[in-house]
Design a protein around this ligand. Structure first.
Ligand code: F6R
Length: 614
């Protein structure tokens, strides 16, 4: 996702900034820019769409000789398209205050119209630029106000998340930083400081860092730093020594991106649903599909298409949208859909699901629908990707780049967005406010509940160790957790190269049960839901044939231990939301299983992150 680097100290700022921002390239981004102080007390800024190398092409010899303070940014678009205007840093009207911002200012529209009325002019469509003008406005209203105080007042006024670095042309000996639910740390060097959203950007210069906490600001000069909270309480925090190398830092200290991304799932869900639930009225506000809301009200059927894990998220969506959205749904493998002669009907809506937004088969399915004049929607993570551009409307996932080849946080985010969509469509039809509130309240709790599962990672690792000798696995689930069984099997096979098959547990008797014996374990997803008793019958059948069983069960269900001792407990939630929890232990199981086999889980053999060919 977006990356920030800021520098103040004895060196020329620009080379340090460019070097730092390059070490954040792994996070994915679509544009980049910098702003540096100059000897003349003016800030110089340049921006470019695309790679940092495009920005470097714009750097002239004289830029390198500019001042000793600056900020730099790589942007992963959220508000506004991928353009130079929308790239950071953003400035106020006078070009005096320059800032780089990670995160989302949720109520920026309220301020934007008010500031425009007061004569501020905006160059970009971003929420971040509004912050620059809001700080300027505080300074305009009270010209004696120090910039750090204007920043503090602005941050107290807005609602949202931020990692912030600010450069003031009138005071180039000072850099200001702030953090709220978006990481930011300060590298402490000898007569210099480097602010960064990620430790990889500071490691070349120093291993001493001070982490900012949420709701804190920092003011840096080349020789000193002070940290305080938004109530102006001073914070004395010692620096810590980083023990990571650059590659480890990019993984946030985790051994693999896959693990990092599983651990990020609670935050990913928060980012996917933030600002999209109007709790009081039980309504869902999805900005990207606002324009087609009326068409959705009249829609008669939804066709969902995707590949692999995205397809399986869509399959969970099929159950949700039919039960709660009150609309017939058909889920399609994009790779098959493109070669059938699909029959579209009046009132059909095509919904494609894709993390990368570039999957060739999914694009082909989308093209088929577009050619037939069907309204097309997308659930996509990568902003500005082909699918995002080609669909009529859509919802961005906002989970940041997924680097591990095996999709994890993108899956749960897609399911969460499908839950939002189900409530939205349901409310357009016959869902009561009470039911909508129940679902959205429970959805908002999911990040907390996920954290409880993540804490069991070591116990799951032990199970992965115990089951190492096996080379065949069956994954079984019913109803909402049937797609989760398929996803569990897909994760295990792609990461560990062992044979794993997912089935609807109801299909067991129709064939798969023939494989069961003591050498063929089953992983059963059996939360306490409407099909729990049926799952118990299936497990009894497996046990009767000496098949080892791991079960995912609901906390408090001790009775399940009469069937097997290998239980992973997940917290209780609404049945429709159990996939969001049940899939996490399966992802962790696949991860540990693969690592224990000594495999490169981030880059499984024969697979690519984005499948842009057929
Ligand atoms: C599995 C996996 C793949 C992708 C599939 C679709 O872990 O990552 O199955 O889900 O290739 O990719 P996107 O979502 O980019 O369209």
């Amino acid at each position: 996702m977006c990356g920030i680097v800021g520098y103040i100290g004895k060196q020329k700022a620009l080379p340090v900034l460019i070097d730092g921002i390059k070490s954040l390239e792994y996070r994915g981004y679509d544009s980049a820019g910098f702003a540096v102080s100059t000897a003349g007390g003016v800030v110089k800024s340049k921006k470019a769409v695309g790679r940092v190398s495009n920005l470097e092409l714009k750097i002239e010899e004289k830029d390198i000789r500019h001042g000793n303070a600056g900020i730099c940014h790589t942007r992963w678009a959220t508000h506004g398209g991928v353009t130079e205007e929308n790239a950071h840093p953003h400035s106020d009207c006078k070009g005096e205050l320059w800032l780089c911002h990670n995160g989302i200012i949720e109520n920026y529209k309220d301020f934007k119209s008010d500031l425009a009325r007061r004569g501020h002019t905006f160059k970009s469509e971003t929420d971040s630029e509004v912050l620059a003008h809001l700080i300027e406005e505080f300074k305009t209203q009270d010209p004696a106000l120090a910039t750090e105080e204007a920043v503090r007042l602005a941050l107290l006024s807005v609602r949202g998340t931020y990692g912030l670095a600010l450069l003031d042309s009138k005071n180039p000996g000072t850099l200001i930083a702030a953090r709220n639910f978006s990481p930011l740390l300060i590298g402490v060097g000898d007569g210099e400081y480097i602010i960064a959203s990620d430790a990889s950007a500071v490691l070349k210069h120093t291993k001493n860092v001070v982490y900012l906490d949420d709701g804190e600001m920092a003011v840096l000069t080349p020789k000193s730093h002070k940290i305080f909270d938004l109530k102006r309480n001073t914070i004395n925090r010692k620096s810590e020594e980083l023990t990571w190398d650059i590659e480890e830092a990019q993984k946030g200290g985790n051994p693999h991106f896959m693990l990092k991304e599983i651990l990020e799932e609670p935050e990913a869900i928060e980012n996917s649903i933030r600002g999209r639930i109007v709790a009081k009225e039980g309504l869902i506000k999805l900005g990207g599909i606002l324009a087609v809301e009326e068409k959705l009200r009249n829609a008669k059927r939804i066709l969902i298409a995707g590949c692999g894990t995205a397809y399986l998220a869509g399959k969970v969506g099929e159950y949700m949208l039919e039960e709660y959205g009150g609309i017939p749904v058909k889920i399609e493998l994009a790779s098959e859909f493109r070669y059938r002669k699909p029959i579209f009907r009046e009132g059909d809506v095509m919904l494609v699901v894709s993390q990368s937004g570039e999957t060739a088969d999914t694009l082909a399915a989308l093209a088929e629908a577009k050619q037939k004049g069907v309204l097309s929607l997308g659930i996509v993570n990568v902003v500005g990707s082909t699918i995002a551009r080609q669909t009529d409307a859509g919802v961005y996932q906002h989970v940041g780049p997924e680097i591990g080849v095996a999709s994890t946080k993108a899956f749960t985010s897609q399911v969460a967005i499908l839950a939002l969509l189900s409530v939205m469509l349901g409310r357009q039809r016959d869902m009561s406010v009470v039911m909508a509130r129940r679902i959205t309240e429970e959805l908002s709790r999911i990040p907390e509940l996920m954290k409880k599962i993540i804490k069991q990672s070591e116990a799951i690792k032990k199970l992965a160790k115990k089951y190492q000798p096996y080379r065949d696995f069956l994954f079984l689930g019913r109803k909402y957790n049937y797609p989760v069984a398929l996803e569990g099997a897909l994760k295990l096979k792609e990461i560990s190269y062992v044979h794993a098959e997912g089935f609807s547990a109801g299909e067991m008797k129709h064939g798969p049960i023939a494989m069961i014996d003591k050498s063929f374990p089953s992983i059963c997803i059996a939360p306490s839901d409407s099909v729990y008793e049926k799952m118990v019958s299936n497990m009894e059948e497996i046990k009767a044939r000496s098949g080892p069983i791991i079960v995912i069960a609901t906390e408090g269900n001790k009775k399940i231990e009469e069937i097997t001792k290998d239980v992973i407990y997940i917290p209780k939630t609404l049945e429709m939301l159990t996939p969001l929890l049940a899939v996490v232990p399966l992802q962790l199981f696949a991860y540990h299983f693969g690592v224990l086999r000594g495999l490169d889980v981030d880059k499984p053999r024969n697979l690519a992150k984005s499948v842009t060919v057929e």
